[in-house]
Write a protein that binds this ligand. Structure first.
Ligand code: GEK
Length: 244
């Protein structure tokens, strides 16, 4: 299948509008995320590996903020425990519509996947063994994040995991600048112009709010997780796994 190139911020914009996951973004999303998030492909593949190890017989696995369903597709290839299913949630109708089409093309259906168009804050989480928040918590207003993580913890079985991937911030300004510059170099190397990088940055400013790794570890502990480990980091992008 041809991958459509992201050129949404290529031309100068008169007025900056906050970033939205609409039809325009959906059409270029696989290209956009691969060229913008260092390690995205590796993270997706390893979400499959983690799910394969931690899924429990007769439990639900959740992907909250699933976009086109890349993580559920990786998870369903790796889960061999019987009677599991995957519930994938996104509140963008355009994402879910396209995600369902891609899911139907998955020729080796193993674990059933249900894609739901809903606010992840309103979806019940119960009898869960694996919950994924892959670059989604960063779009939830910070004051609401602890309640969400607590609810996920409450819905997980003992021995279950939360996989949490985020763009991260640094408390030390020199470190912040170091990683930000490397991330911009990564985007430039992937063909984005300086104008695209700066316009996208402005569009995301008010809707995507990164936090430090220390804040994430602290919140996971406060929500009741027994441990949280950093299993991946490239520049200012990281993924943690928290164990109940
Ligand atoms: C991937 N996980 O490809 N409820 C449901 N969905 C939401 C909400 C919400 N309240 N807020 C944002 N979203 C994916 C990538 S993208 C990350 C995740 C990025 C959804 C939003 O519609 C979008 O699809 C997704 O979260 C964030 O592994 O583009 O930087």
């Amino acid at each position: 299948m041809m991958r459509k190139t992201d050129a949404i911020y290529a031309a100068p914009l008169q007025q900056m509008i906050d970033f939205k996951f609409d039809e325009r973004v959906v059409a270029v999303f696989p290209d956009m995320i691969q060229r913008s998030v260092p390690g995205y492909g590796m993270i997706i593949a390893n979400i499959g590996i983690l799910a394969g190890r931690y899924a429990q017989t007769g439990s639900h696995c959740y992907d909250l903020g699933c976009s086109l369903g890349a993580a559920p597709l990786a998870m369903r290839q790796r889960i061999s425990q019987p009677e599991c299913d995957i519930i994938a949630v996104d509140n963008s109708p355009a994402m879910i519509e396209r995600g369902r089409q891609l899911l139907a093309l998955d020729t080796l259906p193993t674990v059933p996947v249900t894609m739901i168009c809903a606010d992840l804050q309103e979806v019940a989480i119960d009898n869960a063994s694996v919950v994924v928040l892959n670059f989604t918590l960063q779009f939830i207003p910070p004051p609401e994040r602890l309640a969400l993580i607590r609810r996920i913890h409450a819905g997980l079985r003992p021995g279950g995991i939360l996989i949490l991937s985020e763009k991260i911030a640094f408390s030390e300004p020199g470190q912040q600048q170091f990683f930000e510059e490397l991330h911009h170099d990564f985007k430039r190397a992937n063909g984005y112009s300086d104008l695209e990088i700066s316009q996208k940055r402005s569009a995301l400013e008010r809707v995507m709010i990164p936090e430090t790794l220390a804040v994430h570890h602290q919140r996971l502990a406060e929500a009741g997780f027994a441990s949280s480990e950093l299993w991946f980091q490239c520049f200012n992008f990281a993924s943690l796994v928290a164990l109940k």
